[in-house]
Design a protein around this ligand. Structure first.
Ligand code: MTE
Length: 390
């Protein structure tokens, strides 16, 4: 591609005249040559605004931080465009001192900064019955990892004074779905945050502006956006999102309830179906992501032959608690087909299962919590497909 007139030995056009000055683009954007790096949806999955989802382009990203404009979205009632001047957060129920806070008041409480992944429980959900979607954006892209700034939920609960029989919180959003979930008080007091910034700037409307709940390591559905209400009670509410949805139907017809934590999982982001190998055989970089809702990533192994042999991958960059971790595996590709896999072990000793191991216990009735090992078939041409090995 490109324009030969701009290539050596010619002097490219951008060297021959002055470029634009400052502040012509008051809010910066990526180069126009990166226009394909965008969130995407899957048409048959995004039938209506009552239930819509877009996916993070994982195959184009590096490091561990997701840029704000590329974070996947999952909305049950569309994007609420909330004016912070009209928004309040109420904390009530089994508390000594009910609170009603504006965004400005929230910002007067001591702040914390934390980097965490957030994964939708339905991530990889379309892959339960076999390989389906061709690209890690679609198989694994219901995840993002950003740095949140906000107030620890513990701080606010202490301010409100939770009564001794206060054991559960109902957390509720201000969107058209008024999405709500029950959260046990132990988690609320442990590491939850009410965030108003992501990657240093205000939350984006898609991510719950002006405030959202951050529930580190737990399924995305609990991370209520446009957070408007926290009610303290003595038992869970059993809302729609924790009964008919976000429960895992087992082979015997019973459903697992309250499967909050996201088990360890990993995926090779490049090469992958949307990021084939273009350079032919020779030195090849395998890049991927690993994470665990139960702590830090301890190690990642990569297989080139569908899980027969495993080689340790190199973790690079920060390895943080309940955050994405970047791994690399560099090797000399002989140009023959590969069955690429990655497998993570977290600090609790838990090892990511194969899809067969997962199905043996969970069956195929589930949508949620599919953390099985992903296989990419790399052809001699460098093209890559989503497959499964027996
Ligand atoms: N909060 C509200 N108020 N409304 C919603 O539709 N979707 C939930 C959760 N919080 C949702 C919500 C689900 S299912 C997920 S996976 C995450 O938000 C998605 O967050 P994101 O859009 O930042 O990716």
């Amino acid at each position: 591609g490109g324009n030969p007139a701009n290539q050596p030995p010619n002097v490219p056009e951008w060297t021959r005249s002055l470029g634009e000055g400052v502040a012509v683009r008051p809010y910066g954007k990526p180069s126009k040559f990166e226009k394909d790096v965008v969130r995407r949806d899957v048409e048959w999955l995004t039938a209506s605004r009552e239930s819509s989802v877009s996916f993070t382009p994982l195959h184009e990203l590096e490091g561990i931080i997701t840029p704000n404009g590329l974070c996947f979205e999952r909305h049950h009632g569309g994007i609420a465009e909330v004016d912070p001047a009209d928004h309040r957060l109420m904390i009530h129920g089994l508390v000594e001192r009910p609170l009603i806070l504006t965004l400005d008041e929230l910002k007067r409480y001591p702040r914390v900064n934390r980097i965490h992944f957030m994964e939708c429980a339905a991530n990889s959900g379309m892959e339960w019955r076999g390989a389906q979607l061709n690209g890690c954006q679609f198989t694994h892209g219901m995840i993002h990892c950003v740095q949140y700034t906000g107030v620890s939920l513990r701080t606010l609960l202490e301010e409100a004074g939770v009564k001794t029989n206060g054991k559960w919180l109902l957390v509720e959003g201000a969107d058209a779905a008024a999405m709500d979930r029950s959260l046990p008080i132990e988690k609320a007091l442990d590491d939850c945050i009410i965030a108003y910034k992501m990657n240093g700037e205000a939350l984006y409307p898609e991510q719950g502006y002006p405030m959202r709940l951050v529930v580190p390591g737990w399924q995305g559905n609990l991370w209520v956006k446009w957070l408007r209400r926290i009610k303290v009670g003595d038992q869970p509410w059993h809302t729609r999102e924790e009964t008919s949805k976000y429960t895992d139907l087992m082979p015997n017809g019973k459903a697992r309830r309250f499967t909050w934590s996201m088990d360890a999982k990993s995926v090779i982001t490049s090469p992958s179906p949307q990021a084939p190998i273009r350079h032919g055989k020779g030195f090849t970089i395998v890049s991927g992501l690993a994470w665990s809702g139960n702590g830090k990533v301890k190690r990642v192994d990569v297989s080139l032959d569908g899980g027969r042999n495993w080689w340790p991958a190199r973790l690079d960059g920060p390895v943080l608690d309940k955050a994405l971790t970047r791994f690399y595996y560099e090797f000399d590709w002989n140009g023959e087909p590969l069955l690429l896999q990655s497998r993570v072990q977290d600090e609790t000793g838990y090892v990511q299962p194969s899809k067969a191991e997962l199905r043996k216990i969970r069956g195929v009735n589930s949508i949620y919590h599919n953390n099985g090992i992903q296989t990419w078939h790399v052809q001699a041409s460098g093209e890559v497909e989503n497959v499964e090995v027996a």
